[in-house]
Ligand binder design. Structure first.
Ligand SMILES: *Cc1c(COP(=O)(O)O)cnc(C)c1O
Length: 497
């Protein structure tokens, strides 16, 4: 029994709300059974069972008490924080404090603005500053699903109609909206491993569970579709929880993979066969390396005659270097049967709760996706080309240098802002036993931060080696210093043979 359904709790709560002029009592006499099944109530401290009546002349003394956190909040935790925070928290030291002159360099932050080396797209700065200085333009409430201009620009970009678009607070808000509209307690979402942890965080906060399917490093991190098929076929059984969606991420964080059309076709056919909606996280869009082509899943499915619904999540944070503006969206691309029409209505109802994303920030969306003048269009294009070539140069340098380090091998990235690096543990001394000890020691000795594969759900040796993720947003001089230190570190820990 959950606390919400516990009648004795409800009565007590009603009592405490009644007009008796009593301060709300947090004394909840939970029965032993409900206390044990409800972590949110078991830690309640008991105030006096007879709260003093409140009179303005008296001084109120209140015993210490703690309000219980909701079940949903207790179910919400981000695994990256649990792994990384304890290691990084007590080591934010500059080179002077450390006595070795090694200032901290992070190759861990998935924030393309973290190094201040590339300014955001100037056309969107201009558009938003104009709107800010003209309050009639962007000060008021707007439709909870977004401004008409933003929705039209997104619809055009994704080759659909405005009513299929909901603007959200970042791609994170978009994913939350999509997954909240799809998942219930006791339902299942298929998510990639390694993968961006947010999918699991959202699903589990709703009491849904995730089943991981593996990405295969030896085949460019493609999805293990045999495994997906065996998960889906075993869940046909009525005694099992129902699978409500399969999440794919392309271009991928943390692997840097960009999927071929052929691979996306296979995913779509499989999902269609089992009638599972696809949620496609495409936040990195066309941020690809070496001319690799990005295929939006919805386009691929359109080419197959709309055999399966696709909910696309995207945004401008990563692609236009304004992640702090919190702008993302979901787009519903329904199947030819209209399979997700109810889910779309559900998401539209959910969007009413917080009345959408900032009106001011939304001005940026048409500015980049649907520029009003030829001049703006060219300026945006030129900026984008510059961004992509800078990132590509940084990626090449980082990967080439890392490949010269003893015991490391980069799995060649194709896009996004990340690469995974294999650590051949048997080439290192006894201090490096896995990805997490590699991370901890590298931080201690060289003041360099990377993220271990474990932060993305990889367990130990799952691909024949341990792995860590690096970000290639750091400028070239920073990359040289960082990899110089990693090089020394790997030599120092080389196993004696
Ligand atoms: C950064 C990121 C997001 C979140 O994007 P925001 O717009 O900042 O919320 C979603 N998915 C992936 C794969 C990401 O890397």
């Amino acid at each position: 029994m959950t606390s919400i359904n516990n009648p004795s709790v409800q009565i007590l709560e009603m009592d405490s709300l009644s007009l008796t002029n009593k301060p709300r009592s947090n004394t909840i006499e939970t029965s032993t059974t409900s206390a044990s099944s409800s972590p949110s109530l078991s830690c309640t401290t008991t105030a006096s069972s007879n709260p003093p009546s409140l009179s303005l002349s008296e001084e109120t003394t209140v015993e210490a008490w703690v309000a219980p956190a909701s079940l949903k909040s207790l179910r919400t935790h981000n695994p990256i924080r649990a792994i990384v925070d304890p290691i990084v928290a007590n080591s934010v030291k500059c080179g002077k404090e450390r006595g070795d002159g090694k200032d901290q360099i992070s190759l861990a932050l998935g924030d393309p603005t973290a190094y201040n080396n590339i300014p955001p797209c100037p056309t969107i700065i201009q558009a938003v500053s104009n709107a800010l200085l003209t309050p009639s333009m962007a000060a008021g409430y707007v439709n909870a699903c977004g401004t008409p201009e933003a929705r039209a620009a997104i619809a055009k970009h994704h080759d659909t109609t405005d009513d299929n678009v909901i603007v959200a607070n970042g791609a994170s808000g978009a994913l939350e909206l999509a997954l909240t509209a799809l998942l219930d307690e006791d339902s299942v979402l298929l998510v990639p491993r390694p993968g961006f942890p947010l999918y699991t965080v959202i699903a589990e906060s709703h009491g849904a569970s995730v089943i991981h399917y593996d990405l295969l490093p030896q085949s460019g991190w493609e999805c293990d579709l045999d495994q997906v098929e065996s998960i889906l076929s075993s869940h046909q059984d009525a005694t099992k929880k129902v699978v409500r969606g399969i999440l794919i991420n392309n271009p991928s964080n943390p692997t840097g993979a960009v999927y071929s059309r052929e691979h996306l076709v296979k995913i779509a056919r499989l999902a269609a066969r089992y009638r599972i909606p696809i949620v496609s996280d495409e936040i990195y869009g066309d941020m690809t390396l070496d001319g690799r082509v990005f295929h939006p899943m919805a386009n691929v499915v359109k080419g197959l005659g709309g055999i399966v619904p696709v909910i696309t999540a995207s945004g401008i944070g990563k692609q236009y270097l304004v992640p702090g503006w919190r702008l993302g969206w979901i787009v519903f691309h329904d199947s030819h049967h209209g399979s997700i029409r109810e889910v779309k209505k559900g998401a539209q109802r959910l969007a009413q709760v917080i009345l959408g994303a900032s009106h001011l920030a939304q001005v940026a969306i048409p500015a980049v996706l649907n520029p009003s003048s030829k001049q703006d269009e060219l300026a945006t294009l030129a900026w984008k080309e510059q961004l992509h070539s800078t990132i590509q140069n940084q990626a090449h340098l980082l990967c080439n240098l890392l490949n010269t380090c003893h015991g490391l091998e980069v799995i060649q990235p194709q896009g996004a802002m990340y690469a995974m690096v294999k650590i051949y543990i048997d080439k290192f001394d006894e201090f490096i036993v896995d990805d997490v000890s590699f991370m901890r020691l590298l931080l201690e000795e060289e003041n360099i931060v990377i993220l271990p594969g474990r932060a993305f759900g990889m367990s130990g040796n799952s691909c024949g080696a341990h792995v860590f993720r690096v970000v290639f947003c750091a400028p070239e001089d920073v990359v040289r210093v960082a990899v110089g230190r990693i090089f020394e570190f790997c030599l120092r820990h080389k196993k004696c043979e």
